[in-house]
Design a protein around this ligand. Structure first.
Ligand code: FAD
Ligand code: MLT
Ligand code: ZN
Length: 504
């Protein structure tokens, strides 16, 4: 990227002074050179783990501008990294070297909302929480919710196929996304509009059975096939009654027992079932300064308890209260749960949720976090956390202070375990003790190395633990079909992506 590229890119944008930020000096004073710190937050990821060095950030205001930028990048073979809210956890959304950063920050309009069908059509740069705030007064909600809601963009959510806290109830984005508009990195900067209103062809329909379902390819493509610029998504009705309870159970077998009972007794009103371990609770309480919601702490040397968070959402408070009340009563009576607390008002709902939602932030404040989001049968989940701790103890990594703590939590309802290994520093010795061991241990349990965070830079070399060679080969061919010159996030997502034959 040089001054000629910057001058050309500026000529494509309607508001170049606010839509293009660069540290490349202007030869003739036609733009203001940015300070390197203006680009830091776009070059570094949320965990401060992956650092790029891009001198150019473009924030197009429309699909047409994205198209012109990608067409130019195709012509000049300029590598591009699409970026939303930059909350991704696998190094996918930041440059590795000096790729142009294409942010959707400037594209955050709501295009239309149909309050009969609940179908929302919006620009890709809409912040998840802003979209929820738009829907709430209309009696609707976004079908996904995650701790990063205040920053992540809906385009980023789609591109990572984000799961989150309520997937158990509302399903994955593969089910709720109806249409996608994306710009391809080809010679025309082609705008692909699939089941989007006003894009030609069918628009924002619940059912469209005409041909390959191309939009699915963009869900979880992590910016390797095109830049998502718009989305149509089905939004569910906002429930009028909520309950949240956090329960303490003596062991992981009881977590599973409570889950089975809860599903059986609560049925359709269950909207989240999360778990975290005692190390996780201690870390959060330390970080937030909150009081433990439980009456008694485990005694020195005793087995450490586990905690589950149960949320119900429904339309009849008395009915939901009665169902949850009788569930808790039966669990207490048969001794499955040892302690518990039920939120009495909205403030308590928030503070109980915060015990779970603050885990990523608390880990990040404590040290450098090696994060894993693994998918596997629920029964096999926690043995992996225990195996990890034993491994670190054998290698002396806990005694010498290299590893501060290992925390297990996750979305039990989705069979998704999160392991956060909090280290004193980014440390090759720690990393090599964890990887590829953790991926092998996951594969042995017939699991997947990514349940929801994706592959990015972190897991590109390891996808073979979860996908066969023929499947990877087909994915590589699809990638080249959409991105013939390999300009979108090269070196990420699939192994040896940069060695694939280029076309054109
Ligand atoms: P970014 O981080 O900007 O980008 C992520 C990837 O998508 C990159 O590969 C990027 O190139 C690509 N991309 C972004 N926008 C586009 C676009 N418009 N077109 C094409 N490609 C694009 N994830 C979960 O699944 N579940 C959780 O519960 C969850 N909780 C989280 C909690 C916290 C506190 C944090 C920090 C993260 C959490 N995440 C979770 C991970 C992350 O928030 C999600 O993956 C989120 O969907 C990323 O959105 P983003 O806009 O920040 O994307
Ligand atoms: C979560 O479930 O909290 C998210 O996936 C983020 C994380 O694990 O750090
Ligand atoms: Zn998660």
């Amino acid at each position: 990227l040089d001054a000629d590229d910057v001058a050309h890119l500026r000529s494509l944008l309607s508001t170049p002074d606010s839509s293009l930020v660069t540290t490349i000096p202007s030869p003739d004073g036609s733009w203001k050179e940015a300070a390197p710190e203006d680009l830091v937050s776009y070059n570094v990821d949320w965990m401060d783990k992956y650092h790029g060095n891009s001198p150019v950030l473009v924030k197009p205001k429309s699909t047409d501008e994205v198209s012109k930028v990608l067409q130019y990048c195709y012509q000049k073979r300029i590598a591009v990294v699409p970026q939303g809210g930059n909350t991704g956890l696998v190094g996918g959304g930041v440059p590795i070297y000096d790729e142009l950063i294409l942010s959707t920050e400037g594209m955050n309009q709501i295009r239309e909302f149909d309050d009969v069908s609940g179908i929302l059509t919006a620009d890709a740069g809409g912040i998840l929480e802003s979209l929820s705030n738009f829907l709430h007064p209309k009696g609707y909600m976004m079908p996904l919710d995650l701790g990063a809601k205040g920053s992540c963009h809906i385009g980023g959510n789609i591109s990572t196929n984000a799961g989150g806290l309520r997937l158990l109830r509302y399903g994955s984005l593969h089910g709720t996304v109806l249409g996608i508009e994306a710009v391809l990195p080809d010679e025309n900067g082609t705008v692909l509009s699939i089941n989007m209103p006003g894009g030609g062809g069918a628009g924002a329909l619940r059912k469209d059975n005409t041909g390959y379902d191309l939009k699915q390819l963009f869900i979880g493509a992590e910016g390797t096939l095109g830049v998502v610029t718009g989305v149509s998504i089905m939004t569910p009705r906002l429930p009028s009654a909520y309950n949240v309870a956090v329960l303490s159970v003596p062991d992981f077998a009881s977590v599973q027992k409570v889950f089975k009972e809860t599903r059986g007794q609560l049925g359709e009103i269950l909207s989240a079932f999360e778990f975290f371990d005692h190390e996780g609770l201690e870390m959060v309480l330390e970080h937030t300064g909150a009081q433990s919601p439980f009456e008694s702490a485990p005694e020195e040397g005793a087995e450490k308890p586990f905690y589950v968070l149960i949320e119900t959402s429904g339309s009849n408070k008395d009915h939901d209260d009665e169902k949850l009340g009788s569930l808790l009563e039966s669990l207490l009576e048969n001794g499955t749960i040892s302690d518990g607390t039920l939120a009495q008002d909205e403030t308590q709902v928030q503070s109980l949720w915060s015990l779970r939602e603050s885990l990523p932030e608390a880990a990040g404040k404590l040290g450098r976090v090696y994060k894993y989001d693994l998918s596997m049968p629920v029964k096999d989940m926690y043995s992996l956390v225990e195996e990890a701790r034993e491994r670190f103890a054998e290698k002396g990594l806990d005694k010498d202070g290299s590893i501060k703590t290992t925390v297990g939590y996750g979305h039990i309802g989705d069979g998704n375990l999160h392991i956060n290994i909090v280290a004193k520093d980014w440390d090759k010795k720690v990393e090599q003790t964890i990887e590829p061991w953790i991926y092998e241990a996951t594969a042995k349990r017939n699991g997947s190395i990514s349940a929801e965070h994706g592959l990015g830079l972190m897991k590109a070399p390891y996808v073979g633990y979860s996908k066969t060679d023929p499947a990877i080969a087909v994915m590589q061919q699809i990638r080249r079909l959409f991105d013939p010159r390999g300009i979108l996030s090269p070196a990420k997502y699939l192994p040896q992506a940069s060695e694939l034959p280029l076309q054109g």
